[in-house]
Design a protein around this ligand. Structure first.
Ligand code: OOG
Ligand code: MG
Length: 260
């Protein structure tokens, strides 16, 4: 086996995804995988996807809410890439046969109308760049056994990204109070968790600013038309065959996905 390095980590993670197999933490075998190198792995992984024909359609934040941070045992937010291959059209089932052990989490989603380039982006300037706000789901599918990872592992794994849903209903950010926007997460008709937008960094616009500033430090701007997932509002739930997961928002509407 070759020594661990960026290319080997990318190949390993993409192979786990393609063959629907989990494995151990990379940091166990490669303790030198620090956070900056993990973002290099993430960028190289997405470059391979782009070379294979996918295109970047936006970014996501992860571990922005207390509920997610406590569940995953990591208390710092992260960013990762979204590509067109991850789009799950609203109303379509979660394709269990293509995934490993998917979990679904409700998120507030922004579509940008203007470019955002950090550093120096505030919640207010971030929100001013937003064209529309939507309800969304993210389907996460870690390439690590039992979703067990240290921060560099999950960053390298493009933050467990697999699929995402953006609700059709879009509101201008001025139309709602996103901090107070509530979400009830249901499984087969039973509410299992709830949160308001304030769960995400105090306000989803703070999460957007965080992404713009973090990516700005890496020389990347958020582009008009990009989708930004601001992070799970609640803990994620496993989705099994025939199970329906719903998210009912105060103003952003309702979404549901079924495992199939
Ligand atoms: C990491 C991805 C976290 C979120 O919204 O917090 C994330 C994971 O939980 O596997 O997408
Ligand atoms: Mg997420």
């Amino acid at each position: 086996m070759t020594e661990w390095g960026i290319e080997r980590a990318v190949t390993e993670l993409l192979d786990r995804e393609a063959t629907r197999r989990v494995g151990g933490r990379i940091t166990t075998e490669w303790p030198g995988l620090d956070l900056a190198t993990a973002y290099d792995v993430q960028d190289a992984l997405v470059r391979r996807k782009v070379d294979a024909g996918e295109s970047v359609v936006g970014v996501k934040l992860g571990l922005t809410s207390r509920a997610k941070q406590e569940r995953m045992g990591i208390d710092s937010p992260l960013t990762a890439w979204l590509t067109d291959a991850m789009v799950l059209p609203a109303g379509e089932p979660v394709p269990l046969g293509e995934l490993i052990h998917p979990r679904v989490e409700p998120e507030i989603v922004f579509v940008l109308g203007e470019q955002l380039r950090g550093p120096g982006v505030t919640a207010a300037t971030a929100l001013a760049a937003v064209r529309s706000v939507h309800a969304g789901f993210e389907v996460i599918d870690s390439r690590y056994r039992d979703f067990s990872f240290a921060l560099p592992d999950v960053v390298a794994d493009n933050a467990s990204s697999a699929r995402f849903v953006v609700g059709a209903k879009g509101l201008p950010p001025s139309a709602i109070d996103l901090g107070l926007e509530a979400c009830l997460l249901g499984v087969d008709g039973k509410v299992v968790a709830s949160a308001t937008g304030a769960a995400v960094q105090g306000h989803p616009a703070e999460a957007l600013a965080l992404a713009a500033n973090a990516l700005g430090r890496r020389g990347v701007a958020l582009e008009p038309g990009w989708i930004v997932l601001t992070g799970g509002l609640t803990d994620a739930v496993f989705v099994e065959r025939g199970q329906e997961v719903t998210a009912d928002f105060t103003s952003l509407g309702s979404l549901s996905v079924t495992g199939r």
